[in-house]
Write a protein that binds this ligand. Structure first.
Ligand code: FMN
Ligand code: MN
Length: 453
């Protein structure tokens, strides 16, 4: 059986020298954020001594694709295929009775800010917020489960504020509860296995249980335990769980908050949350994900959105090999689609389909599958060698955009596709796509004996 905890991965990182222990006293107010920012692409950081707290904080865990692979027990180049497999072969969770995450139980009255070392992140933000909280809820209409991440700001005592985008399932479920005059029970799991975090980010339909995809990623059912005070189930091997309810009629103004493009945004009011019970492991570790334009924040979405699009595009256009969401495009706005010998016009079709499926996408480049989509130099080479501006450029003004797009005006933006693929005939001997090289037989002979040279 797989170890479904976050701490298994921490020991693995420690063994490979990729976990840095900060022994010095540190403040949760801006200081943790500063260290995580300055080391955002470096080793994971474990803060053992946070002022005023017993509980350590860990951050920068999944700031590179290799870390996901390690955490899922696979090779780096198997990551996308595993995600696609998990989407196609989901596995339902298993309910267990005994859970490490319920070793310690705190009931009302609660002071979440005293229990958990939640970092205060950025200068203009009004209060600390939880960034790695995987929120579980059930659709009051269908009873179907939903699992996703949204920031939860400390509002004092047992109160939180949830900042949820209106188009996300969780917001739609909360809306349904409100229409019925009800609150929405939620449970928030913090300190999760990579499969839980990645699964929570998959772009699936309303009613599709993300925990089934977590099972697909793990290769076995994710183990859930029943909550103490709400009718929900949470990952048994998480570090911490908060149980409570979203109160859709209680709106709390958020003010400035960071978003993945790196800027502050002003979304208006968030939804009030009342927490009634906190459970955690005896020696729980608090996981913090650095928000803003930071590798971990961007990658979690990028890996999941790329895999979902690969699966969805391949269903309609078999020539599609892979959809890769780039790091520089904030892990959300830019996609590279690789295709095997696309037919005339098929690249444009793939671009439009991808944009139609994922609102966030703004600039999409199509390359051939001889190009490594993860290598920006090769992608740029494709544009230089295979892209004809007068006919391979798709300009779509006034397309509905995501509210996170830094350039949207009235929620529309100009979207662009660039088709950098060859044409039939391009690969003829001596033609524009035949790469200059020594004769194959000589090259192969030398390659086989290169150490002799
Ligand atoms: C670290 C991290 C933080 C996130 N924070 C938020 C957030 O504050 N609000 C939000 O609406 N989505 C946030 N997201 C994105 C959602 O979790 C994601 O879009 C998810 O797929 C939505 O799922 P749903 O439609 O099932 O609710 C965050 C994602 C990550 C990886
Ligand atoms: Mn969902």
């Amino acid at each position: 059986m797989t170890d479904q905890s976050m701490r298994w991965f921490l020991s693995k990182l420690e063994a490979s020298g990729d976990l840095h222990r900060v022994e010095r006293d540190i403040d949760a107010r801006f200081e943790i954020a500063s260290v995580l920012t300055l080391r955002q692409s470096g080793p994971a950081q474990l803060f053992a001594r946070v002022n005023g707290h017993e509980m350590p904080v860990v951050g920068n865990l999944f700031n590179h694709r290799t870390r996901f692979a390690t955490a899922l027990g696979i090779e780096r180049n198997e990551l996308d295929a595993l995600c696609v497999k998990a989407l196609e072969q989901p596995l339902a969770p298993r309910i267990v009775d005994d859970a490490p995450v319920q070793q310690v139980v705190h009931r009302e009255p609660l002071d979440i800010g005293a229990l958990l070392p939640v970092p205060h992140w950025f200068e203009r933000e009004a209060a600390p917020y939880i960034t790695a909280g995987v929120i579980v809820a059930k659709d009051p209409e269908t009873g179907r489960r939903n699992v996703s991440i949204a920031r939860l700001r400390l509002e004092g005592g047992s109160r939180l504020m949830a900042g949820i985008a209106k188009n996300h399932h969780l917001a739609r479920i909360a809306e349904k509860a409100m229409q019925r005059g009800q609150d929405l029970e939620i449970a928030v799991a913090i300190g999760n296995h990579a499969a839980v975090l990645l699964g929570s980010q998959m772009y699936v339909g309303l009613g599709d249980d993300e925990f089934d995809i977590v099972g697909g990623l793990l290769g076995e059912p994710v183990e859930l335990v029943k909550c103490k005070t709400v009718d929900l189930e949470v990952p048994a091997h998480a570090e911490i769980v908060l149980e409570g309810r979203l109160r859709p009629t209680e709106l709390i103004e958020e003010g400035a908050v960071s978003e993945f493009p790196g800027f502050y945004v002003y979304y208006g009011p968030g939804i009030g949350v009342e927490i009634g019970c906190v459970t955690h492991r005896e020696d729980a570790i608090y996981q913090a994900i650095l928000p803003g334009y930071a590798p971990e924040h961007c990658l979690l979405g990028a890996v999941a959105i790329g895999a979902t699009l690969t699966r969805d595009l391949q269903r309609s256009i078999p020539a599609v090999r892979r959809v890769f969401i780039t790091d520089g495009g904030m892990g959300r706005l830019h996609a590279i689609i690789s295709m095997h010998r696309p037919r005339l016009g098929e690249g444009k079709r793939a671009v439009m389909l991808a944009m139609g499926l994922v609102n966030l996408l703004k600039h999409v480049i199509v390359v051939e599958d001889d190009i490594d989509v993860e290598d920006p130099r090769q992608v740029e080479w494709s544009l230089a060698a295979r892209f004809r501006g007068h006919e391979d450029l798709l300009v779509l003004p006034g397309v509905r955009a995501d509210r996170c797009d830094p350039l949207h005006e009235d929620l529309v933006v100009t979207k662009i596709g660039m088709i950098a693929t060859t044409r039939p005939g391009d690969g003829e001997p001596g033609g524009r796509s035949e790469l200059a090289s020594p004769p194959r037989d000589v090259l192969d002979r030398v390659k086989a004996n290169l150490r002799l040279y």
